[in-house]
Ligand binder design. Structure first.
Ligand SMILES: *Cc1c(COP(=O)(O)O)cnc(C)c1O
Length: 351
């Protein structure tokens, strides 16, 4: 099935070099609409502003969810999509939690391929660069009232992104967050829904004010167990053993997290998915048994952590350097994504 394309009158000038993230968008986007009980086929249309009624329901009640994934173009011109089907599956899980009607995952995937194909010249080829893909769904009822909307838009936009590690594979610092919580069981922490991020911004700002890059969230109930970072899952290496918090209902099930677990297992490295208390982490940091911390997520892929702040500062591993396991995972994952390594897990579609 082909996707309808409404052509742009004129195309934008492509930047000669892409720096940063999320500032530059391509000529086209995909938009489908839900109305009168069904999704339409949608179309690829010029990237442009939406017109929203001042009472549009998303602006008041936040019924919206999103995804983030990447396409890579290598020097042969191959365009590679990484685990895109898993993102549409997760999007539907998020939509279900918000009472939004599911999208057709196969149709969405076809639309994405058509859109990325049309925009392939926008995909940067330099090392570390990629095309960031942002699918999202939002409610657009033209009336107030807290209930599931009857009108929605499903949109995919594309943003060429510069190298995340423009100055080398550099570690970040985390602050253990004791005051605010991100998510609680029964809430929306396990879903990529927009309200989660609005609720996390204050803690993030305060962490930056205190001299850290990001927040390490604890569980809402006991404030005892580590959950995740702003937009990354978290891994620890204790005496050579890799440990990550289990998916307990308030943690986002990251696709990068899952990929790392599969790579580690295939390397014969034992991975424990279990509750990890912040006391265990701090004790390990004090004794030196905790040799590595790293975050995992689509944007950075792997983010080594070299400093953890709580009652004081703890240096993890060697200041300014990534640990061995984080570096290995970064090499393996980006190798598979860009085609430098063979795709033994069948994660990549060349389009
Ligand atoms: C998106 C996200 C992640 C990482 O998920 P990936 O699928 O690996 O990109 C982790 N935590 C939160 C809160 C997120 O929003």
């Amino acid at each position: 099935m082909s996707v309808n394309i409404i052509k742009c009158g004129s195309l934008k000038q492509k930047p000669s070099e892409i720096v940063g993230f999320g500032k530059c968008f391509t000529d086209y986007m995909y938009v489908a609409e839900y109305e009168n009980g069904s999704w339409n086929d949608g179309a690829i249309v010029p990237y442009d502003a939406f017109s929203l009624a001042p009472c549009s329901s998303v602006l008041h009640y936040g019924q919206a969810a999103f995804e983030g994934l990447k396409a890579y173009r290598n020097k042969n011109g191959d365009v590679r999509l990484f685990r895109a089907r898993d993102n549409f599956k997760r999007l539907n899980t998020s939509l279900g939690r918000l009472c939004i009607p599911p999208i057709d995952e196969q149709k969405a995937y076809n639309a994405l391929k058509a859109l990325v194909n049309l925009e392939r010249e926008w995909i940067p080829v330099a090392d570390g660069t990629s095309l960031y893909i942002r699918p999202y769904v939002f409610a657009d009822d033209k009336s107030l009232g807290v209930h599931a909307a009857k009108r929605y838009k499903f949109v995919i936009i594309l943003s060429p992104s510069g190298a995340y590690y423009a100055r080398g594979f550099a570690p970040v610092s985390l602050k253990v967050e004791r005051r605010y919580v991100r998510a609680s069981k029964g809430g929306t922490g396990a879903y990529k829904v927009v309200g989660n991020y609005a609720a996390s911004i204050l803690a993030g700002d305060e962490a930056v004010r205190d001299g850290y890059d990001q927040v390490l969230w604890l569980d809402a109930q006991e404030r005892k167990y580590v959950e995740e970072v702003g937009s990354m899952n978290i891994f620890f290496v204790f005496g050579g053993k890799v440990v990550t918090p289990e998916l307990n209902g308030s943690i986002l099930p990251g696709i990068t997290r899952d990929s790392c677990i599969k790579i580690l297992k295939s390397e014969g490295i034992h991975v424990e998915e279990r509750a990890v208390s912040v006391d265990e982490v701090l004790a390990g940091a004090k004794s030196g048994e905790l040799t590595e911390i790293f975050g995992t997520g689509t944007a950075a892929v792997i983010s080594p952590v070299d400093r953890l702040g709580d009652d004081g500062d703890y240096i993890i591993g060697e200041r300014g350097k990534s640990g061995k396991i984080a570096a290995m995972l970064y090499e393996r994952l980006t190798g598979i994504q860009t085609g430098k390594l063979s795709d033994t897990f069948d994660w990549v579609d060349v389009i």
